[in-house]
Design a protein around this ligand. Structure first.
Ligand code: NAI
Ligand code: DG6
Length: 515
């Protein structure tokens, strides 16, 4: 018997879902509450329902992933992991034989409760990747840019993240992966990175932009969908200048005139937008200045960011949400890190550190705002973030956190955490998920059944469905930022369920609670 392909292992038997050869069409009732806060203090809640049709194209596109900062620890680790899977490499360590896996990936290693078993009432879990057709990591075509000319074999060895037995077997494949030249502007990343910059496009900003666009077009000739991810060094925050960064036209003119305050990451974002390929910012800097956002909207191109959420901050966005939703009041948080990789070296420079500090700090804002029993309007948690560079440790990052909260009757509850792990082994699966979920998002569209003759529309420009993967998610104007990890996960999963005509996961389990 032929194995059932992953994308056909879950079948929804409902009059609300139509599986056609090339698409899945779901009729979906989206329930929400319209709330008005009345002057007399009454919170008036009106449940509303919108009838939607959701269409998912079933044909998975051939995905081309282009990483800016390809030769860095994240870029090289992800490339090595994909190649190790593709080649089926195994390697020996002191602990025994190892084989590649995708632990840490939402799409590849997590499961979703789909319902209760009809025979014994036990919960049935299915792999996330079996719900809708998604890209197989082994099929991703990878390319990218780096200011360092090291090929990917050299980069993997420089990063010193993976076992040598694996590095050696990957060499025949990785040594041919050579990053494309990129743009280096001294004022944006730390001066201590200068020694690495030997692979540069020495030209005006306009020519750099044209070259990046040409590079993307080359990838387009091999792949149906191209996603560009910034996993290069954290830049300092860019001053948002009137006449330069404020509108799409001013920004394009500033690039044409070679204005020094256009950041390299903004050049990559603009190039991606003009080529109409999604651009994802994995670092904390303000790449998405108003001009970039306006351009993305005008060109109907997708953007997402900022700053991958992988370790300490991911835990913070769970823990603070948990405390506040228990009615416990976090009042002081001290988050300290030391690490020895090149990211840590770049962040040892104050201006770049400030960008990172902001995204690591703001992640508790939504939890604080959610509870006005605990917090007065405008009240802040005493919150500090420190990062130190300790070269000896390489990619092994140490994160120490102390959370002090107020509990009943003047008591305090202090939680202390110590986390040690390879930074890039947490980041690589997150970048993979971003690429896979972005490709999936490009195949989903929505139409309102309540509006006559309405046409299917894709997600809006800011792909906030990807918020789970970011410390500081960007959202469309008028939206609200969600930082709490479990809400972000529920958002992705419930949208995927909606594509199959399934109600959101409500965990009510009434089957087992009422007669
Ligand atoms: P890395 O320093 O090892 O790699 C960055 C790479 O970017 C280097 O190879 C560098 O040569 C290259 N680069 C710098 N400027 C460039 C430019 N203009 N164009 C092309 N390449 C350029 O750093 P790592 O550990 O790979 O992290 C990458 C980024 O991801 C950093 O900004 C980091 O803060 C961010 N990040 C990392 C997380 C993690 O867990 N590892 C989580 C969240 C964010
Ligand atoms: C030190 O915190 C360096 C940073 O680049 C982090 O490693 C990275 O942003 C991951 O952050 P977090 O807080 O999710 O572990």
């Amino acid at each position: 018997m032929d194995a059932v392909p992953a994308s056909r292992r879950v079948f929804v038997d409902s009059p609300n879902v139509r599986y056609e050869d090339d698409q899945i069409i779901a009729d979906y009732r989206y329930s929400a509450n319209e709330v008005t806060k009345r002057p007399n203090g009454v919170v008036h809640v009106k449940p509303v329902e919108k009838r939607l049709q959701i269409r998912t194209n079933r044909k998975v596109n051939r995905l081309g992933l282009m990483m800016v900062g390809w030769g860095g620890n994240n870029g090289s680790t992800l490339t090595a992991a994909i190649e190790a899977h593709r080649q089926g490499i195994t390697w020996k360590t002191r602990q025994g034989l190892r084989k590649p896996n995708w632990l840490g990936s939402l799409t590849q290693a997590s499961t979703v409760q789909i319902g209760l078993d009809t025979t014994d009432g036990s919960p049935v879990y299915v792999p996330f990747k079996d719900l809708l057709p998604t890209v197989d990591p082994k099929d991703i075509i990878i390319d990218g840019w780096d200011i360092s000319s090291a090929d990917l074999n050299e980069s993997v060895r420089r990063a010193a993240v993976l076992d040598v037995g694996l590095q050696d077997q990957l060499e025949p494949y990785l040594k041919f992966c050579k990053p494309k030249p990129s743009v280096y502007k001294e004022k944006f990343i730390a001066l201590n990175q200068m020694g690495r910059a030997d692979n540069l496009i020495e030209a005006s900003d306009q020519k750099v932009l044209d070259q990046i666009r040409e590079d993307i077009r080359q990838m387009k000739s091999k792949a149906d969908t191209v996603v560009v991810v910034w996993t290069a060094n954290t830049e300092c925050l860019c001053p948002v200048l009137e006449g330069v960064h404020d509108t799409a036209d001013n920004l394009l003119a500033a690039i044409a005139n070679g204005h020094e305050d256009v950041s390299p990451s903004a050049l990559f974002a603009v190039a991606s937008i003009l080529e109409k390929v999604p651009f994802i910012n994995g670092s904390p800097q303000n790449t998405f200045v108003p001009g970039v956002r306006e351009l993305a909207q005008r060109e109907k191109s997708w953007i997402a960011g900022d700053d991958f959420k992988t370790g300490q901050t991911r835990m913070k966005s769970v823990l603070v949400d948990f405390l506040v939703s228990c009615g416990i009041k976090p009042v002081a948080i001290a988050s300290y890190n030391h690490l020895g990789n090149n990211d840590g070296k770049n962040l040892s420079s104050h201006q770049q550190f400030l960008a990172k500090k902001a995204s690591k700090t703001n992640v508790i804002d939504d939890a604080v705002l959610s509870n006005d029993i605990l917090y007065e309007p405008g009240e802040k948690v005493d919150h500090t973030v420190i990062i130190e560079y300790l070269p000896y440790l390489g990619d092994s990052k140490r994160a120490m956190d102390e959370y002090t909260s107020e509990i009943m009757f003047g008591g305090t509850n202090t939680i202390v955490m110590h986390n040690v792990c390879e930074d890039s082994l947490l980041a690589a699966p997150v970048i993979l998920d971003l690429a896979i979920l972005t490709e999936l998002a490009t195949r989903i569209s929505f139409r309102s059944v309540d509006v006559k003759d309405s046409e299917f529309q894709p997600f809006t420009t800011e792909l906030s469905i990807l918020s789970y993967m970011f410390k500081a998610p960007i959202i469309q104007e008028g939206g609200h930022v969600v930082n709490a990890l479990n809400k972000q996960r529920a958002s992705i999963l419930n949208i995927v369920r909606a594509c199959l005509g399934l109600a959101p996961e409500h965990h009510m389990d009434l089957e087992t609670k009422i007669p």
